[in-house]
Design a protein. Sequence first.
Lengths: 740, 86, 86, 228
Amino acid sequence: MSMEAEHTTQDQARDMGLSADEFDRICTRLGRIPNLTELGIFSAMWSEHCSYKSSRRWLKTLPTTGDQVIHGPGENAGVVDIGDGMAAVFKIESHNHPSFIEPYQGAATGVGGILRDVFTMGARPVALLNALRFGEADHPLTRHLVSGVVSGVGGYGNCIGIPTIGGETHFDASYNQNILVNAMAVGLARADRIFLSAASGLGNPVIYIGAKTGRDGIHGATMASAEFSEEDMSKRPTVQVGDPLAGKLLMEASLELMASDSVVSIQDMGAAGLTSSSVEMSSKGGMGMEIDLDQVPIREKGMTPYEIMLSESQERMLVVLKPDATERAQAIFDKWDLDFAVIGKVTDTGHLVLTSQDAVVADLPLDPLVNDAPEYDRPYDPPSTPQPADHTSLVQDMALSTALKQMMGSHFLASRRWVYEQYDRHVMADTVIESGGDAALVRVHGTNRGLAVTTDCTQRYVLADPYQGAMQAVAEAYRNITATGAKPLATTNNLNFGNPEKPAIMGQIVGAVKGMGAACSALDVPVVSGNVSLYNETDGNAISPAPVIGMIGVIDDIADTVDIAITDTGLSVYIIGQTAAANDGWLSNSVYAHVIADHDHPDAPPPVDLALEAKHGDLIRHLTKQHLVAAVHDISDGGALVALAEMVMAGQTGADITLSPDQLTHGWAFGEDQGRYLVATSDPTALEAAAAKYGVEIQKIAVTNDRQELKLGDSDIISSTELRGVFEHWLPALMESKPR
Amino acid sequence: MLRVTITISLKEGVLDPEGQAIAHSLGNLGYHEASDIRTGRIISFTMDESNHARANQKVAKMCETLLVNTVIENYDIAIEDQAGDE
Amino acid sequence: MLRVTITISLKEGVLDPEGQAIAHSLGNLGYHEASDIRTGRIISFTMDESNHARANQKVAKMCETLLVNTVIENYDIAIEDQAGDE
Amino acid sequence: MTNVAVISFPGSNCDRDIITAVNHITGTQPTQYWHKETSMEKHDLVILPGGFSFGDYLRCGAIAARSPIMDEVMEHVWRGGFVLGICNGFQILTEAGILPGTLMRNKQLQFVCRDVTLSLHHSQSNAILGQCDDNRQLVIPVAHNEGNYFADPDTLKKITDKEQIALTYTNTGAANYNPNGAINDIAGVTSDNGRVLGMMPHPERKAEAIHGGVDGHYLLTSIIEAAS
Ligand SMILES: Nc1ncnc2c1ncn2[C@@H]1O[C@H](COP(=O)(O)OP(=O)(O)O)[C@@H](O)[C@H]1O
Ligand SMILES: [Mg+2]
């Protein structure tokens, strides 16, 4: 086959998601018109998903360095030092579109993909998290999607044997036709044994390992970069099917291979499969690569070079081996019964050359593929700063206990147990704190060290004010980590937004990136990895923006951890970080405003004070380390009373709550002012002294009791059993209800 | 009364990890004659309906809305009069 | 070459939670005509063999040793000449 | 000192966990075997760990039950050796015909992971549980898709009469005390010689204080002592 024989056209380029300008640019850089395979490779590499062409300009502004950072963005996952010669390797990634089309497989392969990003670097994955956003509870598709996504997340994670211990689940009409499924994986490796992807060593063998290549999800990367229309539902692009068994074997075999001193560099085949892995490995190393496509293990007969290069079949990796390591590697893969093939070699040509049946079928210079992807400075409308809703007009005339009950049984706050009980949270036997509280925490196997993990984002805040909302997401993640006693170390993020070609959406992106950057700098939690998912729109309706923050933290001794459960009576409960002004708490855009006042409006969210966040975090870590507190919970959605209710429900106790007469009680109870925690202590004197020393304002609000009830002031009483009933009822009831 | 049998199979080209695992295990047990193994599901039920054409139409709708994952699966409907009915 | 299809179904008296769940969902969607729902599995493969009787015997052995859990399942073997073979 | 072996299959994922737990109890490292191995030394106790052997494809435990190492396990059983199968290990033992009955899909058709309360029965008639006290209730988590124990009426009568129903989910009054719909609330059964135990809950996940309970440690310690 001669390469010139098949010139492509602008129309073909457009079908692959490339603009006319981009097509011209490709032709200019090549000095000729690409053939179909070459155009496919360009379209994948230049897709939003791989090239970050709309967001790169802004992502560059994020803080990515710090003493703890070993590898920041640019590798398969971020790597941070956690002490004792160990490193944590982590990243979050989205699988939004595939999960909407086929919820089980979409979610499962999302988990599989993010796990490969982590073990590719030589780390053994130890924790999984998932941040989920679905449409309104009573939308006809919601239950189908919830049930498929949750069983898919569990289906993969449970089988491969990594505990799924955290995440979030939200419901909002803006996701009716465009759900968000973000998965995060965290792994552990020796800090001096991290594997990277840059190819080196002229002539070194390039091997393909894992499952065979089929026609799955061809052009998934481009699909993830295009707006969605209802028609796509019936077009039904091929979705990838996950094989967690193959994933598990590939993980074990890869880790064994990396321990055997055979590997120069390694990269998983994720979005855009063999294309992105081969291009990235060779370009990062400043080398070239030659691949004989006839050697690629394929599952179906008659696959074209185009299909082989763009297939997104799961559970595959590309490896550059040391010159004499082929036999050693082969033996490992035989043991695990996985496909293994030498498919090419490293060259120094700066070109990716593909051959089939002794003919060259593609020959592309790497530089333009990687470096000449357009970078857009897309026009944006700076979002206007919203006004807070008038607090007094939001306050309703009802007993605190009545409001509390309604809120706890609402979709915002109700228990997610139905979700996380479908996840194996205990496999690996290192889980110290599991789902149900703030951050989760796993022991670093064989040590006393602990790793805390969380994901957070309150999208209604971000919709109202992208800058404050993104700061808040970082602040809440920081508090969740802190509430276990751990020190926040670094973040990953998943930017889920609509179509960046619309200035209003681009404005959200810019605002959120700025807010995230400011918060990550101030709290010293640099961004070490991340993912961008744009074009989350259906028929022109954009989602509520969701810059999901994933964060990890470390604690030296798991004996110093605490969780949210108040299990003892007679303890004093304090709000840490309560200012006098918070007596009239921030109800604007709160759960209270939406559920109780029925005020569904993007009003100003509570502002974040980063200096206070840091100071309060330091105090909490001091209190946990000194064992001065028996339970800690951050105050976020729903405010202080909701947090207290969660603490006594978890510990099967109760509390007598003092209401002072000068408080505007609903604002005090349900305001969502930031930077606050609830703690329970048996030693109020020591606690007050420590707070004074740190210069942190605190307020004592309750004493715990064994009556399993919340007593609010003198006469307003609600049993925690009744509250638990409401809290636990909502999601199972939804899942069992009849469709509309 | 009719007896309906729906046979659901994976579309061509869709990975069938279960089929692969079975093929592998059969090979280990010394059965090497089997190739191209595919797995599928069957759903059968009795239907309170007498007209075959009408039944077929209804069952197809059930398949599309609930029983079959048409993104990755094909289905085939067989309808016969319930045994012992005539 | 033969194409073999094994249909595996639950023995009578064995609870079929999947069938029950399907019945429930069908009812929820307004399909009330279906009753006595049973689910089963299919395994099909190409067999390098020309003699039907011999094939049948071999496949029955595969079923008994691996493919079927005879504590709770029945099976049925169908064998035909591979399409496009003759 | 009890000499313990742990068998790993492709997809086993609780092998490291049970090895760690046993190691804490005995102070020695159990011997690990890979499914392809065709010989096994003499051991006092052989453990089949949890996980998803062969991806749970076909039926849970079916493919593992036919792998080469199982001939060795079978011989160990014939010699009167002790065997513990946990979760997927239980499924493998029923598929291998070493334990009666079978494990079907959970009644609610969902994976379930949470603590359950267990009652011990007939410990004195089952050698593997000989060190246990029937009056002690255990809180240990389950994590499975297919833990719904089923046996036909004849088998059920036989294992009841022969006191092989060693573990049941305790009716605590909670609606879902039985996590999977298992017949007669069966969580674990023994072989008719009382030396093989299969159970769905994971004792290795309640084996030290950080797990929030040590009932699993109690059970494993008793079994290891019984096997010595
Ligand atoms: N999809 C999910 N997967 C795992 N755990 C989840 C999921 N959704 C919610 N959770 C868990 O439920 C608990 C409550 O969630 P959330 O209210 O979002 O916590 P917070 O407000 O502290 O961030 C947390 O422990 C969280 O990890
Ligand atoms: Mg929290």
